[in-house]
Design a protein around this ligand. Structure first.
Ligand SMILES: O=P(O)(O)OC[C@H]1O[C@H](O[C@H]2O[C@H](CO)[C@@H](O)[C@H](O)[C@H]2O)[C@H](O)[C@@H](O)[C@@H]1O
Length: 258
């Protein structure tokens, strides 16, 4: 498979419109990185309410085998949550926006970030409680407040989180109806690079499929390895080279390769 479309080179910048990626060639040194929410599963009102397609765990395992282990899920979720939803799969995973790393076949989670100061988590949690029951999500290396059930509080929440991040020198991540704080230095791009520096990923050409703005770090990272990103969803300014319309299209594309 030719990973980079002949008509688009990484130096060209974002394309005005993106076509679907070519079919995955599992036999020619390709690596595949997959975002979770909005890419492998449809978004839901509450983080716990997502529905994992029954065939998805087997599909990911089979594809990882076809790629000789060069497949990983790279998510903003904690690895514990991913394990709850997918089961303990024998595939590589990075969680908490690059804060946690686990190679395929290992049960040991390797931290790639420093933990958030407890005072920051506590402040976000109190803000969530005091503002109409926003959903607070604690993770090992970050903390998130979801405003999907109260979009009218978004501006206030962003202001609060921005002030906290400045006071503590933190990274702020804006996702889909969610604001997250983490220690600086790790993101989905650093997670991809961590995989790519190690067997069995080293030397391969990576694809990253994701829907969120936080996936842009990974789209940029895969370009450094002569690969490309696949944006899921509506067109926007992006470093991705290709686009798939929605979660169903991602599943069809993966199934064609398995
Ligand atoms: O990197 P991802 O795997 O895409 O994870 C990003 C965040 O996903 C989750 O929140 C998002 O999905 C929820 C369920 O559909 C939705 O309710 C929420 O509004 C979305 O922002 C997850 O809860 C976060 O921890 C992840 O960072």
């Amino acid at each position: 498979m030719t990973i980079l479309s002949p008509s688009i080179s990484p130096a060209d910048g974002p394309a005005p419109a993106l076509s679907a990626p070519p079919q995955l060639d599992t036999g020619r040194g390709t690596a595949l990185f997959l975002d979770f929410d909005g890419t492998l599963v449809e978004l839901a009102e509450h983080p716990q309410d997502i529905v994992v397609a029954p065939a998805l765990p087997h599909l990911l395992t089979a594809l990882s085998e076809r790629l000789d282990g060069r497949l990983a899920v790279v998510s903003g979720r904690s690895l514990a949550m991913l394990d709850d939803f997918l089961g303990p799969l024998p595939i590589g995973m990075a969680g908490s926006h690059g804060g946690e790393f686990r190679p395929a076949g290992s049960s040991q989670v390797q931290p790639l970030a420093k933990p958030l100061p407890p005072a920051v988590s506590a402040a976000l949690s109190s803000f969530a409680q005091q503002n109409g029951g926003l959903v607070f999500e604690a993770k090992p290396f970050s903390a998130a407040v979801h405003y999907r059930n109260h979009p009218e509080i978004a501006e206030q929440l962003v202001g609060f989180a921005t002030t906290l991040s400045a006071e503590h020198g933190l990274a702020i991540k804006h996702g889909k109806m969610v604001v997250e704080l983490a220690m600086p230095g790790s993101d989905k791009g650093s997670a991809v690079r961590h995989f790519m520096e190690r067997a069995p990923f080293a030397g391969s050409r990576p694809l990253f499929i994701g829907d969120d703005v936080t996936d842009e770090d990974a789209f940029a990272a895969v370009r450094q390895f002569d690969g490309g990103g696949v944006l899921v969803g509506a067109m926007r300014a992006t470093a991705a080279l290709w686009r798939l319309e929605n979660v169903s299209a991602v599943h069809r594309w993966l199934e064609n390769a398995a």
